[in-house]
Design a protein around this ligand. Structure first.
Ligand code: HEC
Length: 125
């Protein structure tokens, strides 16, 4: 199945725009934005390559692989957990599952990966 995020409703468009705004917003004690780590090609932390949300191939490969079995957690995780984990990495307060913020970020990232074919079950680090 291809990812086909609907944008016919005004609230759906609003969520995508809010997600992109949050993605670029620097905040917290470390002054990080998602974009600090995920808006350029070739970035990495230690040995982990970082996805570029504006590189179509890169973000498509990422978003079509969730939910995933995370070997390091020994659990299946969904994309909301990834939002929580990256918020934690930015030293921000916990982002609630199902919150407007988490949904907006995922809506934006899914839009970036539009038409990518779902590739699950999958496995990540
Ligand atoms: C300080 C750097 C940093 C910031 C800031 C950051 N992340 Fe991440 N992100 C990472 C790391 C490290 C990984 C894990 C890479 C791995 O293990 O392969 C990751 C992984 C991800 C993934 C999954 C990639 C995959 O292969 O499936 C997504 C999606 C993501 N981040 C989104 C976000 C969003 C949205 C934000 C802002 C709320 C954010 N990140 C902020 C470092 C960061």
């Amino acid at each position: 199945m291809p990812l086909k995020p609907s944008t016919s409703h005004a609230k759906e468009k609003e969520a995508i725009a809010l997600g992109e705004g949050l993605f670029w917003r620097r905040h917290g004690s470390m002054d990080f934005a998602c974009a600090s780590c995920h808006a350029a090609d070739g970035q990495r932390i230690r040995l982990q390559p970082l996805v570029n949300a504006y590189n179509k191939e890169d973000i498509t490969k990422t978003m079509t692989n969730w939910p995933t079995y995370r070997v390091s957690h020994n659990l299946v995780r969904n994309n909301e957990h990834r939002m929580w984990d990256c918020n934690w990495q930015m030293r921000l307060p916990d982002i609630e599952y199902g919150s407007d913020g988490a949904i907006a970020l995922i809506a934006f990232l899914t839009k970036q990966a539009e038409n990518g074919k779902l590739n699950i079950p999958s496995m990540k680090r």
